[in-house]
Ligand binder design. Structure first.
Ligand SMILES: [Zn+2]
Length: 317
């Protein structure tokens, strides 16, 4: 492990973030900007380089960089394959392209894996050897750490938990199938469920988002509380599967819907009690602690682990 700071990027479909991180996870600089997601590869790379410049204003020079980004991607090969939220990104050798522009080695990692590592080291999962991190927002993603190692599988494709089947039917999932965890338990699914009820009641107001439903439930609105309880049951069914599969020391829920974790939790726990075998039921279930920073701090750790000579010998591109 080295003492050199690491420059990390978190490239999302809506926002992109960069931070300069010291070895203890301290952020020496942190900046963000909207992602020009519809403007193609060049515009996004320009945006990332602009963020890097702002980080370098601190006067501290990074010696390596990491990029966490939505899958599917080939992490060892440094290539993003076809992220559904970024237009025109098909098999892009992003590590090489960004590395050339920055003059630094750039490691690539799946964003949910990086966030899982971040929560394990500095967040809700501190001290856990095995951890499942589930991000519940527009879709559902996840990172799985088993016995201290990120589970990768063939081509890094393991842990695509949003697309495990938890029912026979649902609205169509982004993957083209039906009955996926994501199609039934994402923030988007909660908004759709509310919209269906409102249509049935011929309520003229525009369809709400998952976040709107959570806020209405927090205000005590009865319909919203019922929808949140129903949603918690779907989350609980998926979580019970994850407990059976991976036997984590802790299951951490992040993403936009984690804002409503306290409201969802009773129904999630009740469903886990119904669906999981006794030995699995008592697994701690926690809300993520690091919010948007989880991916960045996890990514910095992954870079340090992968480049142990960092700081002693500068490696280029
Ligand atoms: Zn799916």
């Amino acid at each position: 492990m080295s003492a050199a700071p690491v420059l990390c990027f978190d490239l999302g479909g809506t926002r992109m973030r960069a931070a300069l991180l010291a070895p203890d996870g301290t952020r020496l600089a942190a900046v963000e900007a909207p992602t020009p997601a519809r403007e193609g590869v060049g515009a996004v790379l320009d945006g990332l380089c602009a963020l890097a410049l702002r980080c370098r204003d601190t006067g501290v020079a990074p010696q390596a960089a990491g990029l966490c980004a939505p899958g599917p991607l080939d992490a060892p090969g440094g290539r993003m394959l076809a992220p559904p939220t970024l237009l025109g990104w098909r098999d892009v050798p992003v590590s090489a392209l960004l590395g050339e522009r920055l003059g630094l080695p750039v490691l690539l990692e799946n964003d949910a894996n990086a966030a899982a590592v971040g929560e394990q080291l500095y967040g809700a999962g501190q001290g856990a050897g095995s951890l499942v991190f589930v991000t519940v927002s527009t879709g559902i993603g996840g990172g799985v750490i088993v016995d201290g190692h990120v589970l990768r599988g063939r081509g890094g494709l393991a842990g695509e938990i949003g697309h495990m089947k938890i029912a026979e039917h649902s609205t169509d999932c982004a993957c083209g199938a039906q009955g996926c965890f994501e199609a039934l338990a994402s923030g988007t699914a909660l908004g759709w469920r509310a919209a269906r009820v409102m249509r049935a009641r011929k309520d003229g107001t525009p369809p709400p988002s998952g976040r709107d439903v959570i806020e209405a439930a927090r205000r005590g609105e009865r319909l919203a509380r019922r929808l949140v309880a129903e949603h918690g049951r779907w989350l609980g069914r998926g979580f019970a599967n994850l407990l059976h599969l991976y036997a984590p020391d802790v299951l951490v829920m992040g993403g936009g819907l984690a804002n409503g974790f306290d409201l969802l939790e009773p129904a999630i726990r009740a469903e886990i009690a119904r669906s999981a075998m006794p030995s699995y039921r008592e697994t701690p279930l926690l809300s993520a602690a690091l919010g948007d920073a989880a991916g960045l701090v996890g990514m910095a750790h992954i870079v340090r682990q992968s480049l142990p000579d960092l700081g002693r010998e500068r490696k280029l591109g």
